[in-house]
Design a binder for this molecule. Structure first.
Ligand SMILES: NC(=O)c1ccc[n+]([C@@H]2O[C@H](COP(=O)([O-])OP(=O)(O)OC[C@H]3O[C@@H](n4cnc5c(N)ncnc54)[C@H](O)[C@@H]3O)[C@@H](O)[C@H]2O)c1
Length: 390
């Protein structure tokens, strides 16, 4: 019933937000890393009248040239790496779409050249790299936004609105994460599963979304201590890959985690219980729940965790002394899409000198938690988290 009502109400809404873009100045944009996700970036840039894609770079010879040709964008100057591109071009902005392990060097190089950066998630592999990125950003005075498109999903905005409204009272416990029964990402090769390219596995791919969903809603409280665990029982098993129609040799290359969990004490007396899986013998490791002194919110997990909601959210609370549930129907996106908004909001900040839409000051905390889980897991004990001053 709620779904039908929603559809009826949706019919009265505008199908797209009217957006005025100043086309008097064209932004010169470059793309660093011309792989899978770069395809989503170029598709959105092509929809924007104030963008000129002038340069691209990829380490693999010929890959950048083929990428722009296949995407129907002409007269793009192609380079063999980020440094040669940034040394030779006058750019307003770049998308850093490289694998995780080169996020920091590419972002820092661009910021040092005075170029604003839209950096794909995760921000980096380690906390130390994230700190260096933030310092380069501060020195440059340019815009740095991290590529968390679920931030623009109306359902994620609703999670934040509910928490910020005080409807739940004081939040004291959060369970978040997600998982896939079978979902180690090797669609176009092994850059997600090798330490030398990805650095981190399920946490950097999908875990960072779960963390952002709850931490953004709470205003990104800092982590104090972390007890972490990680494992790789599926990725290191050749039978996993052959059952997926992939080469058994992928198991030898698999050098990141396919499962991680963390018990994190956050400032403000909040506890965060996190788990993320690329593969497991289970449908889901659980919904996201945010428990508060006045009410609790349940956010159903998707079967294949990807940073969106898997069904209507529910608030469990008391009304007139009775225990009741309020259902929040799934909200539909009437904009040009989350990915478009992630890029548009970044470019608007570049043009207007505004605030970063997904700021490093928040995402460094996301990265500190991932980094803390890695370090705690390797040490086999709880660690104290210290985020250096920027
Ligand atoms: N936001 C999303 O929805 C989303 C989805 C998928 C991937 N991602 C993120 O995007 C990043 C890239 O993922 P992908 O699937 O496109 O990987 P990919 O392996 O398909 O592409 C990465 C490309 O970067 C190139 N590269 C690496 N270092 C470089 C450098 N210094 N200079 C120039 N080129 C360089 C590689 O040669 C490769 O072609 C990852 O960090 C991933 O987490 C985000």
């Amino acid at each position: 019933m709620a779904g039908n009502e929603n559809k009826i109400l949706d019919a009265f809404k505008e199908t797209q937000t009217v957006e005025k873009v100043d086309t008097s100045k064209k932004l010169k944009v470059g793309i660093i890393g011309c792989g899978w996700i770069a395809g989503a970036h170029i598709a959105e840039y092509k929809r924007m009248e104030d963008v000129e894609i002038v340069a691209g770079a990829d380490l693999i010879p010929g890959k950048a040239e083929a990428f722009f040709r296949d995407n129907g964008v002409e007269n793009v100057r192609c380079y063999p790496d980020h440094a040669s591109m940034l040394d030779n071009e006058e750019l307003d902005a770049v998308s850093v779409c490289t694998y995780n392990k080169t996020h920091a060097e590419c972002a820092i190089y661009a910021l040092n050249k005075g170029v604003s950066v839209l950096l794909e998630k995760p921000m980096s592999v380690t906390l130390e790299e994230a700190v260096e990125i933030c310092r380069a950003e501060k020195k440059s005075g340019k815009i740095l936004s991290i590529g968390f498109q679920p931030r623009f999903d109306p359902n994620m905005k609703m999670v934040k609105k509910i928490v910020q409204s005080g409807e739940l009272g004081d939040v004291y416990y959060i369970q978040t994460g997600g998982g896939r029964r079978r979902g180690i990402p090797t669609p176009f090769g092994t850059s997600f599963i090798e330490e030398k390219t990805a650095g981190i596995g399920a946490m950097g791919d999908i875990g960072c979304y779960s963390l952002d969903m709850v931490l953004n809603a709470l205003g990104y409280p800092k982590p104090l201590t972390i007890s972490g665990y990680k494992s790789a029982y599926f990725g290191k098993n050749p039978a996993y890959f052959t059952s997926e129609g992939k080469p058994a040799a992928y198991a030898d290359l698999f050098t990141v985690e396919d499962f991680a969990a963390g018990f994190v004490r956050l400032e403000g007396g909040i506890v965060l219980d996190f788990r993320i899986a690329w593969a497991m013998h289970l449908d889901t490791p659980g919904d996201t729940i945010i428990m508060g002194t006045k009410g609790s919110l349940r956010i159903p997990s998707t079967e294949c965790w990807n940073g969106s909601v898997g069904g209507p959210m529910k608030i469990y609370h008391e009304v007139a002394g009775e225990s009741v549930e309020t259902v929040i129907p799934v909200l539909h996106d009437h904009s040009k899409g989350c990915f478009y908004q992630k890029i548009r909001s970044f470019l608007n900040a570049v043009k207007e000198g505004g605030k970063s839409p997904v700021p490093s000051s928040e995402i460094i905390i996301n990265q500190a938690i991932i980094d803390g889980i890695v370090k705690s897991s390797e040490l086999g004990r709880e660690i104290t988290v210290e985020i250096p001053a920027i």
